[in-house]
Design a protein around this ligand. Structure first.
Ligand code: AQP
Length: 347
C-alpha cells in the first residue's frame, strides 16, 4: 500500500456497494475480490458498507430494499469477507454518513458536480427529473470515506472520478477551515486486469447490476448452468483470437472476454493470448465457461445457504454498525467543533 498524504493518518480501508441488484462479476472482479485480498494485511482496518442511502437516489421499491441489503451482505460473506477481519454494515444505520454528507454539500462546488460523468450516464436524457440525491451522490460518497478518515479505497475504474472529487472536498475542507491534515487524501486501489468489466451483450457498455438484460451480466448468485449459458450466448465477432493484445483494439467484446479470463485465472491478457491466439471462440468460450463456473458457482451456492438465515445476516450488520459508529462519532465531534456548531450531532 502506498503511503497516503499526510502520513499522520493511519492506514484505513473503506469501500461501499449499492444494494441495487445481484452483485455481478464486474462488481466482484473490480471491487469485492480486492476487499477480500486486503483482509490479509493485518496492519490496516477495513470497513465495507452496503450503501443503502445511495440506492435510493434512483427509483426503488421499499418492499424490496431490505431483501436487497441482506442479499448483498450474503454475497459479501460468500465472497470471503469475514466479520472478524472487516467491519460489515449498512450505511443508514450509521447516521454520521448523512451528517457529514450534508456538510460536504456545503463544501463541494456545483462546478465540480457538473463534471461528474456518472450523473450524466445515470440521469440519462431526462436530467430535469433526476433526484437531487443522484446529483449530490459524490458528496455522500466522500462523506462515507472521510467520516472514517479512510486512506485507501478499493474500487473499479468507474469510481476514479468520484475519488478525485473526494480528494478535492477533503483539501477544501482542510484549507477553508484552517485545519491542515484534518482529512487525508484517500488513494484509490484499482485492480489492473479487471478495472472495468463490460457487458456480455455490448463490449462498449459497463457490466452493471441494474442493466435490464440479465444476459448482459454474470450474477454471483447464478447457477453453474446459467453461467455457462450466458457465456455461450455472449456477443463475439467471427475472427479468431489474436496472439497479442494489440490485435484486440476495435474488438471490444473479444477484449472483454479475454480480460475476464485473465482476471479469473490471475494472469495477464498477454498470457491468455499466448495460449488461445489463433483459436476461435468455439474453443475459447467453453474454456472461459469452465473457469467462470469453477470460480463463481461456489459463491452462488454459499449465497443461497446464507440467505436461508436472515437472522445471522442482521446480526452481522448490527454488530458492524456499532463498530463503525464508534469510529465515526469522535471524528464527527471534531468536525462540528471545527465548524463552530455547539454540541452538534449529540442529540
Ligand atoms: N463492470 C464493472 N467492472 C469493474 N468494477 C465495477 N464496479 C461496478 N461495475 C463494475 C465496481 O463495483 C463497486 C460497486 O459498485 P456500486 O454498486 O457502488 O455501483 P456502480 O459502480 O454503479 O455498479 P453497478 O453494478 O453498475 O451498479 P448499478 O447498476 O446499481 O449502477 C464499485 O467499486 C465499482 O467501481
Amino acid at each position: 500500500m502506498t503511503e497516503p498524504s499526510p502520513a499522520r493518518h493511519t492506514p484505513r480501508v473503506f469501500s461501499g456497494v449499492q444494494p441495487t441488484g445481484n452483485l455481478t462479476l464486474g462488481n466482484y472482479l473490480g471491487a469485492v475480490r480486492n476487499f477480500v485480498a486486503l483482509q490479509e494485511d493485518d496492519s490496516v482496518e477495513r470497513l465495507y458498507c452496503v450503501v443503502d442511502m445511495h440506492a435510493i437516489t434512483q427509483p426503488f421499491k421499499p418492499a424490496e430494499l431490505s431483501g436487497a441489503i441482506r442479499q448483498l451482505t450474503a454475497a459479501f460473506l460468500a465472497s470471503g469477507l469475514d466479520p472478524a477481519k472487516s467491519i460489515l454494515f449498512n450505511q443508514s444505520r450509521v447516521t454520521a454518513h448523512a451528517e457529514l454528507g450534508w456538510i460536504f454539500n456545503c463544501v463541494s462546488r456545483l462546478g465540480w458536480l457538473n463534471r461528474m460523468t456518472q450523473f450524466k450516464d445515470k440521469a440519462g436524457k431526462n436530467r430535469e427529473n433526476a433526484s437531487a440525491g443522484l446529483y449530490v451522490y459524490p458528496n455522500l460518497m466522500a462523506a462515507d470515506i472521510l467520516v472514517y478518515r479512510a486512506t485507501h479505497v478499493p474500487v473499479g475504474d468507474d469510481q476514479k472520478q468520484h475519488l478525485e472529487l473526494t480528494r478535492d472536498i477533503a483539501a477544501k475542507f482542510n484549507n477553508d477551515f484552517g485545519v491542515p491534515d484534518f482529512f487525508p487524501q484517500p488513494e484509490p486501489l484499482i485492480p489492473p486486469e479487471s478495472a472495468r468489466i463490460m457487458s456480455l451483450r455490448d463490449g462498449t457498455a459497463k457490466m452493471s447490476k441494474s442493466d435490464p438484460s440479465d444476459n448482459s451480466r454474470i450474477n454471483l448468485s447464478d447457477t453453474a448452468d446459467a453461467i455457462a449459458q450466458k457465456i455461450r450466448k455472449a456477443k463475439t465477432d467471427p475472427e479468431p483470437l489474436p496472439s497479442e493484445t494489440a490485435g484486440l483494439t476495435d474488438r471490444p467484446e473479444a477484449r472483454n472476454l479475454v480480460g475476464i479470463y485473465a482476471a479469473l485465472a490471475g494472469t495477464s491478457a498477454d498470457a491468455v493470448l499466448t495460449e488461445f491466439g489463433g483459436r476461435g471462440f468455439g474453443d475459447f468460450k467453453p474454456a472461459l465457461a469452465d473457469l467462470t463456473v469453477e470460480k463463481i458457482a461456489p459463491i452462488g451456492e454459499e449465497i443461497r445457504r446464507l440467505s436461508a438465515d436472515p437472522g445471522h445476516i442482521d446480526t452481522v450488520l448490527a454488530d458492524g454498525a456499532t463498530r463503525a459508529a464508534a469510529l465515526a462519532r469522535p471524528i464527527m465531534d471534531e468536525v462540528y467543533e471545527t465548524l463552530g456548531m455547539v454540541g452538534g450531532g449529540t442529540a
